[in-house]
Design a protein around this ligand. Sequence first.
Ligand code: SF4
Ligand code: F3S
Ligand code: FES
Length: 250
Amino acid sequence: MTNNDHGRILKFHIFRFNPQTPGDKPRMQTFEIEEIPQMTIFIAVNQIREKIDRTLQFDFVCRAGICGSCGMIINGKPNLGCRTLTSTFKKPDITLMPLPGFELIGDLSVNTGKFNRALAERIQTWIHDQEAENRDISRLEERMDPGLAEEIYELDRCIECGCCISACGTKRMRPDFLGAMGFMKIARFELDPRDKRDVTEWYEVVGNDEGVFGCMSLMGCEDFCPKDLPHQTKIAYIRRKMIGAALAKK
Ligand code: SF4
Ligand code: F3S
Ligand code: FES
């Protein structure tokens, strides 16, 4: 327990707007609740919904930093509601806003699912193996170097929460920009020896201004990824590969 998390009256200033309700207008609404030990933003907004306003909309599934549903802007920074303790804030005023860059469902709830589906289709987030039909299907497993498997697993830890997308100024200015979540997925599939896409095919997907050449190295993705994924390193890696592919085309 920290010094901050017992008995304070917290003031939550929460964005309210339901686009489905005719005439509704965006506004901030303040709710007061008493802080309890180990209170997370998830616990707090649940209390608000249970005890004060049953219409408050927000998304949570796992409460454990795994499902990626609870991304929101907490005191100005993208983060996961279920992994953020209220005690981390010295002042009792906490502002909650929905993640920008996504379609608003209502209040703090945004449609990351629609975004993630479109991203998956754009970069085809599945193993591409042109020789799959000729494989011996009686062999259930393929060998992989444990170090490489570990590296792929590291990049696969993305929970599709959208924090890196909301933290990116380029993505906010240019909706067609692929964004850091997309770069991370490309790095993951590019690394995987089972995926047979070559650098020329990746160049068609990401070797342009909507892709890695549009990234202005603002590094919000690196700073606010709750899974601490290595965005800076991977964006630099993809950029190097794409420059190589561009030079080879000349
Ligand atoms: Fe969230 Fe990080 Fe994945 Fe971006 S890369 S969606 S911030 S887990
Ligand atoms: Fe955006 Fe990250 Fe590039 S914040 S501009 S994708 S370094
Ligand atoms: Fe699943 Fe927060 S509720 S990550």
